[in-house]
Design a protein around this ligand. Structure first.
Ligand code: PMP
Length: 398
C-alpha cells in the first residue's frame, strides 16, 4: 500500500518553526508562529485557567464520554458571549451549538455538514486567508473559491473588488468571513463596510460562515463581534465556528464550537442531528477538559471578570507593540510608511515586507517571518523591538 506513496511537502510554517529552533543566534526573533506571546516571549497559561483547573481537579467526578455535540453548558455560554444576553436567535431557539476540537474541528464539521446537506455548494474564502481553510474544506469534499480581500497598494481592504465579487457568487453558496483580526492580514472591515457586506450577502442569499477565532483580541469582546451580529441580523441562516485557543490561551486543549443558525426553530433541531451525525462519523465525541475550563470561567462572575482582564492585557500589549513598532520605524526615518500597522487588528499584520526583505531579515538577523510578509506582532517585545526596527530599516534599503 505505501511503496509508491508520494511525499507531501510539510507545512511551511512548521518548517519555519524548526528553522527558528535550530538557529543558534541568541538574538533571534520569532514572528512566524501564530500564538500569543507575553513580553518575555512565553505563551503563558492564563492565571484564570490555572484557577479553573484547580477547581476541576477537586470537583471533577467522571471521565465518561460527553456525547457527540459535547458539553451542554458550553453552547449557551458561547452563544451569549458572541450574541449578548437575550438575543432573538437564542430566545427563538434558532441557534444550536456543538463543542468541537478547536476552531479547526468546527471548520471541518462545518465542511462535512455543507457536503451532507448541500453537496453542490461551494465555499468562498478571502484572498488571502488562513491557509488551513483550503485543506479543511477540500478534506470535507467542498470546493473552495476565493474573493478579493487585500489591497496591496493601500495596505488595506479591497472593499470595492470584494463587494463586486460577492455580487457574482451564486445563490446558496457559502461565504467565509473572519469575524475579526483577519488572519493573515490583520485588516478588518470598518462598521460601515460590514453593513455593506452583510446587506449584499443577504441580498444574494448566501450562507455566511463566520470564523470567530479571535474574539477579544482586536478591539474588545463586544467590538470584535460587530460584523458577526450584523450578518446575523440580516441573514436567515448561518454557520459560526468559534475557537477558544487564542482568547483563553487554550491552544493545545483543542476547544472550539460550531453554531448553526436557521430561519425557524424546527429547522435548527433537524439540522443539528446532521451536525451530530458528522461528528460521530469523524471523532465520535470531543475531549472534555478544555470545555470544562471555559464553562467554569464563563459561568462564574469573579472568574469571568479575571478572564476579561487577562484578555484585555493580551490585547493591549499587542496594540502597544503595534504603536511602538510604527514610532520606532518613524524615528529611524524609514523611507517607507508603516503607519497602517497600528490600524490593523489582532496578532497578525501583513507588514508589506516583500519575500526578499523577509529572507534578508532571516539571513542577516535571525528574524523569522512568513514569506508573504505576515508577522506575528505578539512576537515583538520591549527587548527585541530596537533590533527588529533597525533590521527592517536595513532590509528595506537593500
Ligand atoms: N480560524 C482562523 C482564522 C485561525 O487563525 C485559526 C488558528 N490559527 C483557526 C481558525 C483555528 O483555531 P484552532 O487552533 O482553535 O483550531
Amino acid at each position: 500500500m505505501f511503496e509508491n506513496v508520494k511525499e507531501i511537502p510539510g507545512d511551511a510554517l512548521l518548517a519555519l518553526m524548526v528553522a527558528f529552533k535550530n538557529d543558534p543566534n541568541p538574538n533571534k526573533i520569532d514572528l512566524g508562529v501564530g500564538v500569543y506571546k507575553d513580553d518575555t516571549g512565553l505563551t503563558p497559561v492564563l492565571n484564570v485557567v490555572k484557577k479553573a483547573e484547580a477547581f476541576l481537579l477537586e470537583n471533577e467526578v467522571s471521565k465518561g464520554y460527553i456525547g457527540a455535540t459535547g458539553s451542554p453548558e458550553l453552547g449557551p455560554l458561547l452563544q451569549k458571549l458572541m450574541l449578548g444576553d437575550n438575543h432573538p436567535l437564542i430566545t427563538e431557539s434558532r441557534i444550536a451549538t456543538a463543542q468541537t476540537p478547536g476552531g479547526t474541528g468546527a471548520l471541518r464539521v462545518a465542511g462535512d455538514l455543507i457536503n451532507a446537506v448541500n453537496p453542490a455548494a461551494r465555499i468562498w474564502v478571502s484572498d488571502p486567508t488562513w491557509s488551513n481553510h483550503f485543506h479543511v474544506f477540500a478534506g470535507a469534499g467542498v470546493e473552495v473559491r476565493t474573493y478579493p480581500y487585500y489591497d496591496a497598494d493601500q495596505n488595506g481592504l479591497a472593499i470595492d473588488a470584494m463587494l463586486e465579487a460577492i455580487r457574482q457568487i451564486p445563490q446558496g453558496d457559502v461565504i467565509l468571513l473572519h469575524a475579526s483580526c483577519h488572519n493573515p492580514t490583520g485588516i478588518d472591515p470598518t462598521a460601515e463596510q460590514w453593513d455593506q457586506i452583510s446587506t449584499l450577502v443577504a441580498e444574494r442569499s448566501l450562507v455566511p460562515l463566520i470564523d470567530c477565532a479571535y474574539q477579544g483580541f482586536g478591539e474588545g469582546l463586544e467590538e470584535d463581534v460587530y460584523g458577526l451580529r450584523t450578518l446575523l441580523s440580516q441573514c436567515p441562516e448561518a454557520l459560526i465556528t468559534t475557537s477558544c485557543s487564542k482568547n483563553f490561551g487554550l491552544y493545545n486543549e483543542r476547544i472550539g464550537a460550531l453554531s448553526l443558525v436557521t430561519e425557524k426553530a424546527e429547522h435548527c433541531q433537524r439540522a443539528f442531528t446532521q451536525v451530530a451525525n458528522c461528528i460521530r462519523a469523524n471523532y465520535s465525541n470531543p475531549p472534555a477538559h478544555g470545555a470544562a475550563i471555559v464553562t467554569t470561567i464563563l459561568s462564574d462572575h469573579a472568574l469571568r471578570q479575571q478572564w476579561e482582564q487577562e484578555l484585555a492585557d493580551m490585547r493591549q500589549r499587542i496594540q502597544r507593540m503595534r504603536n511602538e513598532l510604527v514610532s520606532s520605524l518613524q524615528s529611524l526615518n524609514c523611507n517607507r510608511d508603516f503607519t497602517f500597522i497600528a490600524q490593523q487588528k489582532g496578532m497578525f499584520s501583513y507588514s508589506g515586507l516583500s519575500k526578499e526583505e523577509v529572507l534578508y531579515l532571516r539571513a542577516h538577523f535571525g528574524i523569522y517571518a512568513v514569506e508573504s510578509g505576515r508577522i506575528n506582532i505578539a512576537g515583538i517585545n520591549d527587548q527585541n523591538i530596537g533590533l527588529l526596527s533597525e533590521a527592517i530599516h536595513q532590509a528595506i534599503q537593500q
